[in-house]
Ligand binder design. Structure first.
Ligand SMILES: Cc1cc2nc3c(=O)[nH]c(=O)nc-3n(C[C@H](O)[C@H](O)[C@H](O)COP(=O)(O)O)c2cc1C
Length: 174
C-alpha cells in the first residue's frame, strides 16, 4: 500500500520545541502508513500583506504547494499569551485567499502548558477556511513538557492512547 503524504507544521519554532518532538513522535507511531514532510520555514515566511504579489515569493508558493500536494496536514502548536503563535497564524493567513486548506484533512493539536484559548482560536480559523473534519480531528494536550521528551518519546500512556485514536480517525479519511 502506498503511504499517504503528511505535511507537518510546528507552531513552536524553538530548537527543542516539544511540539516538534511531538510531530516526530507521531511520525514514528504512524510510520507504517504515513510519510511526513516537516515544514522548516515557518519563521522565514514574510509577514502577510494582501498588497504583496505572492506569485513572486518562492517561499510562499512552496508553502502553498506543499499543502496542496499533501494528502493531509498535521499542525502541532503551543499557545502564546492565550493566543496562536504569530508565525503560525501568519503562515495560515497566506493560504486564505488561495484556499489550500479547503477540504484538506487536517489535524490540529495544541500542546502547551494550558492552551485552551489558543486551541479554540485556531480551531475557529481552521473551521472558517474549511479544513476537513477539523471538529473531530483536534486534541488539546496540557502540560506537554511532562508528556514528551527531547528524544521524541511520548512518556504518558493516556497521551499515547489519545494520539493513536486521533491518528486512526485521520488516516481513515485520507
Ligand atoms: C512568549 C510565551 C508565551 C506563553 N504563553 C503561554 C500561554 O498563554 N499558555 C500556555 O499554555 N503556555 C504558554 N507558554 C508556555 C508554552 O506552553 C511552553 O513554553 C511550550 O513548551 C512551548 O511550546 P514548544 O515547547 O513547542 O516551544 C508561553 C511561552 C512563551 C515563550
Amino acid at each position: 500500500m502506498t503511504k499517504k503524504k503528511i505535511f507537518a507544521i510546528s507552531g513552536g519554532t524553538r530548537t527543542n520545541s516539544s511540539n516538534l518532538s511531538l510531530i516526530k513522535a507521531i511520525e514514528k507511531l504512524t510510520a507504517d502508513q504515513l510519510t511526513f514532510h516537516i515544514f522548516n520555514d515557518l519563521a522565514a515566511l514574510p509577514h502577510f500583506n494582501p498588497d504583496l504579489n505572492s506569485d513572486e515569493i518562492d517561499i510562499v508558493k512552496n508553502f502553498r504547494k506543499q499543502i496542496s500536494e499533501s494528502d493531509g496536514v498535521l499542525i502541532c502548536t503551543p499557545e502564546y499569551a492565550h493566543g496562536v503563535p504569530g508565525s503560525l497564524k501568519n503562515a495560515i493567513d497566506w493560504t486564505v485567499g488561495t484556499a489550500e486548506f479547503s477540504q484538506k484533512p487536517t489535524v490540529l493539536i495544541t500542546a502547551s502548558t494550558d492552551g485552551e484559548f489558543g486551541h479554540q482560536a485556531l480551531l475557529e480559523t481552521l473551521r472558517v477556511i474549511e479544513a476537513k473534519n477539523i471538529d473531530e480531528l483536534n486534541l488539546l494536550i496540557q502540560f506537554i513538557r511532562s508528556k514528551v521528551n527531547i528524544s521524541n518519546e511520548i512518556i504518558d500512556e493516556q497521551l499515547k492512547t489519545d494520539l493513536n485514536k486521533l491518528m486512526f480517525n485521520f488516516i481513515k479519511i485520507l
